[in-house]
Design a protein around this ligand. Structure first.
Ligand code: CO
Length: 151
């Protein structure tokens, strides 16, 4: 178990285009496990590798239905749009209203290199889109229609 340091908005790694994973080796598998540990430690719904300082296309998501690990995730289908409130572990204390697809299907590799598809709506669909955005250097505040800073 290893909880990693979460990088905060303003750090360069969060604005970079992350690189695809070419070989799922022990280091990548350890990173996946450490990312999940970190997400659970901070009560996040998802985490992307750039948020722990690694500019690679890896995300983990858990909306309460179990851990999903995705390497090189790509949105291959989408339906509808809806707006809801989002936050981000890299931007503590800030929330915003963000329009996303209502439902997305994401294709990627699991830790065994097997191609998998995940379809999600509501919290899961939103988290998948939010985390994939991180891989392209996009933060939710870049998309938000309005920002709130509760006190
Ligand atoms: Co985030």
């Amino acid at each position: 178990m290893a909880v990693l340091e979460i990088r905060k908005a303003g750090e360069k790694v969060l604005k970079e285009q992350a690189l695809p994973v070419e070989n799922i080796d022990r280091i990548i598998k350890k990173l996946l496990s450490d990312m999940a540990d970190t997400m659970y430690e901070y009560d996040g719904v998802g985490l992307a590798a750039p948020q722990v300082g690694v500019s690679l296309r890896i995300i983990v998501v858990d909306n309460g239905d179990g851990l999903i690990e995705l390497i090189n995730p790509v949105i291959v289908d989408s339906q509808g749009t809806e707006t809801a409130t989002e936050g981000c572990l890299s931007i503590p204390g800030i929330f915003g209203e963000v329009e996303r697809y209502s439902t997305v299907t994401v294709e990627g590799l699991n830790r065994n290199g097997k191609k998998i598809q995940v379809t999600g709506s509501e919290l899961l669909g939103r988290a998948l889109q939010h985390e994939i955005d991180h891989l392209n250097g996009i933060l939710f505040i870049d998309r938000a229609k309005s920002i709130t800073t509760p006190r």
